[in-house]
Design a protein around this ligand. Structure first.
Ligand code: RTP
Ligand code: MG
Length: 155
């Protein structure tokens, strides 16, 4: 338990094209800020078919894979890297179940979506995939190391 309390992870969070089109970018960023995680990277991005396929490569054999790639490439996404203690597992809770009809009210999908194929947001499913996905979607120069506790404007 002590180890898990000290485990600082990184999660790749992405507002999918329908989330961007429906105007939920601010709402989604706000939920992660309010929880207390730290933003390390953020961009609006039109992703290629190749990148979408690489991102979801573990699902390549699924029947819905081609539709999933079409969905993710159908418009711009908002890419985010969030850091914090237990951020990967906590983000999955904030996001809710894959099928928005099964997602609890209060979760992002539970509050804002109805279809599995239009579930507005992605979150990494393990700390290992968090690192893999952040490296896949961001260039080194796009990630910022900073300390929110530093407030030089008050001095
Ligand atoms: P994500 O990776 O996007 O955060 O979603 P997830 O972990 O909750 O679900 P996952 O199993 O990784 O599936 C990735 C995305 O594929 C679409 N999907 N469609 N039966 C279907 O038609 C189906 N199942 C999954 C969803 O957009 C899901 O988020
Ligand atoms: Mg997943």
């Amino acid at each position: 338990l002590v180890a898990s309390l000290e485990q600082v992870d990184e999660s790749y969070i992405m507002v999918k094209p329908d989330g961007v089109q429906r105007g939920f970018v601010g709402e989604i960023i706000s939920r992660f800020e309010r929880k207390g995680f730290k933003l390390k990277g953020l961009k609006l991005f039109q992703c290629s078919k190749e990148l979408a396929e690489e991102h979801y490569k573990e699902l390549k054999a699924k029947p819905f894979f081609p539709k999933l790639v079409d969905y993710i490439t159908s418009g711009p996404v908002v890419c985010m890297a969030w850091e914090g203690v237990g951020v990967v597992a906590s983000a999955r809770k904030l996001i809710g179940s894959t099928d928005p009809l099964q997602a609890e009210p209060g979760t992002i999908r539970g509050d804002l979506a109805v279809q599995t194929g239009r579930n507005i947001i992605h979150g990494s499913d393990s700390p290992e995939n968090g690192k893999r996905e952040i490296a896949l979607w961001f260039n080194d120069g796009e990630l910022v190391e900073w300390n929110p506790a530093q407030a030089p404007w008050l001095r």
